[in-house]
Design a protein around this ligand. Structure first.
Ligand code: NAD
Ligand code: IPM
Ligand code: MN
Length: 361
């Protein structure tokens, strides 16, 4: 039997609460399937670790993580540790060190999920965001000169390399081609007169290699408006690191809420482990009370199953999330229910078990 080695970084705030439920569901899927299993190693890294050790993760943390098949991450960040320290020393470090340059974030309205828009058909919210995840506005390059003096100067540089830009756009074209859907690029070349002019040029160049893929290109401000006014325009979407960050929180609000938004940080070459995590953060405002919605983290477990080649099982997990929401009986307060985080996880796991058992009959 194949055993997948998973590094678990539950992290801060609601991270550990939602990760427990994701693992419940992964284990049920594996047991019911019977051909594979998971072996978890927990790393206690995060803000609490930082207050004890002065580090968000071990010095050789990246070395330690290298041997795993995947990383399952809850969330990072907590009041008391500056966010730019907690996130750069852990989450962004992992994404960069493992060249997880593709961030896949579905913005798809599942059955039973709340649609906040009027005048929009449910089936019209079905996007797949492919966010550049290794450079761009998140290059980390810059400087802070004359700090604290009246003439201080801060620079935060966007870095768009030919390699980095081409590979994400090519990945998005391959995805659109495979799915038989259109590809939309979102940029901002009217104001960002180097980086986004370059982005648009590369999009045009790569587009010529994929005559079968229908394309569109929008400025990010208009795209934000159109995602609300006319979401069906967007099928597969490719965009930069920062725009992708912002637009996928907007997308979360469109597609059932932040408690349902999942993401996968992928190294497509599989030279390094990929990382699966919800889009949301550590939600300190609701942490430790069993209020957190675990569905985003469970959906990212479904993405992990897909990534390992168990697409049927990944689909079963999504079906279970949908069944749970259609039933509407076991939901957390953000979805207008009164169930706890762990009640939701247990119910999803139960449905997954039943779906797989029925399929095997
Ligand atoms: P957040 O996503 O943690 O929370 C925003 C709002 O959404 C809050 O009201 C919260 O209660 C709610 N929410 C989030 N997840 C929820 C869930 N699963 N169920 C129900 N409600 C949920 O964003 P924030 O408040 O801006 O950031 C909090 C901390 O998380 C900060 O330290 C930030 O840097 C960090 N952060 C981490 C990640 C990550 O680890 N991937 C992502 C985003 C933010
Ligand atoms: C996300 C988060 C991170 C990002 C932060 C916490 C660095 O907001 O995964 O969406 O901006 O990528
Ligand atoms: Mn974000």
């Amino acid at each position: 039997m194949k055993t997948w080695k998973i590094a678990v970084i539950a992290g801060d705030g609601i991270g550990p609460e939602v990760i427990d439920e994701g693992i419940k569901v992964l284990n049920t899927a594996a047991e019911a399937d019977g051909t594979f299993a998971f072996d978890y190693t927990y790393f206690p890294w995060g803000c609490e670790y930082y207050t004890k050790t002065g580090k968000m993760m071990d010095e050789d943390g990246i070395e330690k993580l290298k041997e795993f098949d995947a990383i399952y991450l809850g969330a990072v960040g907590f009041p008391g540790v500056p966010d730019h320290i907690s996130l750069w020393d852990l989450l962004l470090r992992i994404r960069k060190s493992f060249d997880q340059y593709v961030n896949i974030r579905p913005v798809k309205l599942l059955d039973g999920a709340h649609l906040p828009l009027v005048d929009v058909d449910r089936k019209d919210v079905d996007m797949l965001f492919i966010r550049e995840n290794s450079e761009g506005e998140y290059s980390g390059a810059g400087d802070w000169l004359f700090k604290g003096q009246p003439h201080e100067v801060v620079m935060q540089n966007g870095v768009f390399s030919r390699k980095g830009t081409e590979r994400i756009i090519r990945y998005a074209f391959e995805t659109a081609k495979k799915e038989g859907r259109s590809l939309t690029s979102i940029s901002k070349a009217n104001a960002l007169n180097y980086s986004m002019v370059f982005w648009d040029q590369v999009f045009e160049e790569v587009s010529a290699e994929y005559p079968e893929v229908e394309t569109a290109s929008y400025l990010v401000d208009a795209a934000a408006m159109l995602m609300i006014k006319d979401p069906k325009r967007f099928e597969v979407v490719v965009t930069s690191n920062l725009f992708g960050d912002i637009l996928t929180d907007l997308g979360a609000a469109l597609a059932g809420g932040i408690g349902l938004a999942a993401g996968a940080n992928i190294n497509p070459e599989r030279d390094f482990p990929s990382m699966f995590e919800p889009v949301h953060g550590s939600a300190p405002d609701i942490a430790g009370q069993g209020l957190a919605n675990p569905l985003a983290t469970i959906w990212s477990a479904s993405q992990m199953l897909d990534f390992f080649g168990y697409e049927n099982r990944g689909k079963n997990v999504l079906q279970a999330i949908e069944q749970l929401m259609v039933e509407g009986e076991v939901l957390t307060p953000d979805m207008k229910g009164s169930a706890s985080t762990s009640e939701v996880g247990s119910r999803v796991a139960e449905i997954v078990g039943t779906l797989i058992a029925n399929e095997k009959k």
